[in-house]
Design a protein around this ligand. Structure first.
Ligand code: ADP
Length: 680
């Protein structure tokens, strides 16, 4: 029982605390109630008292100075024992419970006490509203009712207060929740704008990519297309979004033109089998019924449950490269035919592995057996020692500069030890299938016959020229002698005849010298006597020479500035005069020949322009070759051996210069050479 009481008291105290009224400030509302109670009950003291654990505390104490007393002296703690009822003590002096109470025996000398418990709606008596008098008495009915009503008022106020506090708390919580909600909303809004922005950005990026992009739903219906996609199909977005990947509008076909089975379309493969397709090539039609070759990749789109919800395809228009490839294939076929009919040896080398692949003819030319594995090194080893270094240098330069080159060299066959002359080409290329793989390749043609023939011709010319030089020197001497005698004898007829003989002799001498030069060039014996020269003075000499020797044509020399050159002056003069003489020889009398020079990028460029027969385009690449002459009707009565330009080319190239021609048949030619200008 005692335990239950204790528990009840605990609960009562908890309830009391929940109102948070203890030790609060005085409040007019409560003070009004005690004042009214005192007035109605006609007592000097009225209290609103709460019974705490060890004390009673007064929220309002009308007519009493103290605001709390010990609980053990409390009347109210007795009153609350019977919470429903008003407790009246008529005279405390005669009440067993209180007659020894210091509040009775001393100040404030309590005699009469009436306390109405303050019972809250949960049934806890928190304290009481009480009136106290210093003389014995009792309350009448009206006063008792008033005290009950006022006690109820106190309780109402307390509940209101507690409710208010709770409301306030809820309100605060609500405000907090509200602001959190607002924050979340703002964050959501931001996320939304971010999403829209990144979607727009993605679209811009997708519109920039060079590939066409298509996104479809589960059924293959197109839900997104980028700009390139629409360009390829020449279709607007609205229309595209009504189609599927296999709509008849696309006219999907295989490369041979037969209809592409629906289940073979990369997007369908992604949707139906969940598989990725890479580089599938097929044919479609654009809106204008033009065929377009596509190369397409497609992947499925899956949701978080791994369910396929759509597919993404990216594709490129490969129409141009497809046709190019076709053409390349055709060209390869004809190239192969050409190689075999020209009996060319071919080879290529993988630059990563250094592996050399040589055709049967190539092996044959180098004197290897067909089943023999040959290497770059073993091929190089067969090149005649006189030419080996040069061949390696040219091959390496060709590889380094990625420029094809061509040269002629002798080799000794590996097994048969035979001497052969080869004309070889070199070029570097990348694997069309894989741009990271580099190849070095070339062809070799057997030119032994031609070389031998040239050699024989050269030997013959050299020998004949030598033989002719001796009698010619004698003829020259006799001519000079006869000229002098004729001069002395004043024999005009003989003088003029001897002059003609002299001119013919000089022509013959020039011709023989030319032949000898060619023979020497063949043996690599041409020597340069380099001195500091000036192009302007070279022009001058040529001009004076042409004034004396040419009267059939108008030769105009453009003014030339001083241009220093380190050259063999006689040889360059020889080139210039050769160009001018050819211009005279191959253009009709009375026409103009212009000689001019400009300096550009450190090179002096000399031009000789005529209004002659010109050179057919097909012949132009060979014009500087030894013994080459154009064969045409116009050339029938033009005598010559086709060595002048060959010598010119050798001379200019040995000066590290360049030589060339621009010509239109029937209209004229411009022969030019360029030489490096020396720094003063
Ligand atoms: P040649 O004049 O003795 O035949 P060249 O080596 O000087 O030998 O010239 C080679 C060929 O180039 C000539 O046979 C001629 O067909 C052509 N040629 C040279 N110069 C000219 C030119 N100015 N106009 C047209 N053809 C030319």
């Amino acid at each position: 029982m005692a335990e239950m009481n204790f528990l009840n008291e605990q609960k009562r105290l908890e309830a009391l605390r929940s109102y948070r009224i203890l030790d609060t400030d005085e409040e007019a509302d409560y003070d009004d109630l005690t004042e009214i109670a005192a007035a109605i009950c006609d007592t000097p003291i009225a209290l609103i008292s709460f019974v705490d654990k060890d004390r009673q505390w007064f929220k309002s104490h009308y007519g009493l100075a103290v605001d709390q007393t010990d609980r053990c002296h409390s009347f109210c703690s007795h009153a609350i024992q019977d919470p429903e009822r008003l407790m009246q003590v008529e005279d405390a002096q005669f009440d067993q419970r209180f007659h020894e109470n210091p509040l009775v025996t001393g100040s404030p000398d309590i005699r009469f006490y009436a306390g109405m418990p303050l019972l809250d709606k949960d049934g806890f008596a928190l304290g009481s509203l009480c009136v106290i008098d210093q003389k014995p008495r009792l309350l009448n009915q009206i006063q008792q009712k008033a005290l009950r009503t006022l006690a109820q008022q106190v309780i109402d106020k307390l509940s209101l207060r507690r409710n208010n506090r709770e409301l306030l708390k809820i309100n605060q919580q609500l405000t907090a929740t509200n602001s959190k909600l607002r924050e979340t909303e703002e964050r959501l809004n931001k996320a939304n704008t971010d999403l829209t922005e990144s979607k727009e950005r993605l679209q811009t990026i997708l519109d920039l990519v060079v590939e066409g992009i298509v996104i479809t739903d589960r059924e293959g219906k197109i839900t997104y297309t980028n700009r390139r996609n629409r360009e390829i199909f020449k279709m607007d977005e609205k229309r595209m979004l009504t189609l599927t990947n296999v709509s008849p509008e696309f006219n999907n076909r295989t490369l041979d033109g037969s209809p592409l089975p629906q289940e073979e379309h990369p997007v369908t493969i992604a949707l139906q089998r969940g598989a990725t397709t890479i580089n599938r090539e097929f044919l479609v039609s654009d809106q204008h019924s033009n065929s377009v070759y596509l190369r397409m990749n497609a992947v499925p789109i899956r949701d978080h449950n791994e369910m396929i919800t759509g597919a993404i395809g990216s594709f490129a228009d490969i129409t141009d490269s497809y046709f190019l490839q076709q053409k390349l294939k055709e060209r390869e076929v004809s190239l192969r035919a050409a190689i075999s009919s020209a009996n060319l040896g071919t080879w290529h080398m993988d630059l990563q592995t250094k592996e050399l692949f040589a055709s049967a003819r190539m092996k044959e030319l180098f004197g290897f057996y067909q089943d023999e594995q040959i290497s770059y090194k073993s091929v190089i080893g067969q090149i005649a020692e006189s030419h080996r270094k040069k061949v390696i240098a040219i091959a390496e330069a060709s590889l380094r500069q990625n420029e094809p080159s061509e040269l002629e060299y002798p080799i000794i066959g590996y097994h048969d030890k035979k001497l052969r002359w080869l004309c070889a080409t070199f070029y570097a290329y990348t694997d069309p299938e894989n741009p990271n793989i580099f190849f070095f390749a070339g062809t070799t043609a057997d030119i032994t016959e031609r070389k031998m023939e040239e050699q024989r011709r050269s030997d013959f010319i050299g020998m004949v020229s030598h033989e002719l030089r001796t009698p010619l020197t004698a003829i020259k001497a006799y001519t000079n002698l006869l000229q002098r005698i004729a001069g002395k004898n004043n024999d005009k007829m003989l003088v003029s005849t001897m002059e003609k003989v002299d001119t013919q002799v000089k022509r013959m001498e020039a011709m023989i010298n030319g032949f000898l030069e060619v023979a020497r060039l063949g043996e690599g014996k041409i020597r340069l006597n380099i001195t500091r020269s000036d192009l302007a003075s070279l022009f001058k000499i040529a001009e004076e020479d042409s004034l004396v020797t040419i009267n059939s044509h108008k030769v105009i020399f453009a003014p030339t500035e001083t241009t220093p050159l380190d050259v063999d002056q006689d040889k360059i003069e020889q080139v210039l005069i050769n160009f001018i003489n050819n211009a005279v020889k191959y253009s009709p009398p009375g026409t103009t020949i212009e000689v001019s020079c400009i300096t550009k990028n450190g090179m002096a460029q000399v031009y000789v322009k005529d209004q002659g027969m010109g050179i057919p385009i097909a012949d132009q690449p060979f014009i500087f070759d030894r013994f080459f002459r154009v064969e045409s009707d116009a050339m029938k009565d033009k005598k010559g051996f086709g060595i002048g330009l060959y010598i010119c080319k050798e001379i200019i190239e040995r000066h590290h210069g360049k030589i060339g021609v621009e010509s239109t048949e029937g209209q004229g030619s411009v022969f030019w050479f360029s030489l490096p200008v020396s720094i003063i």
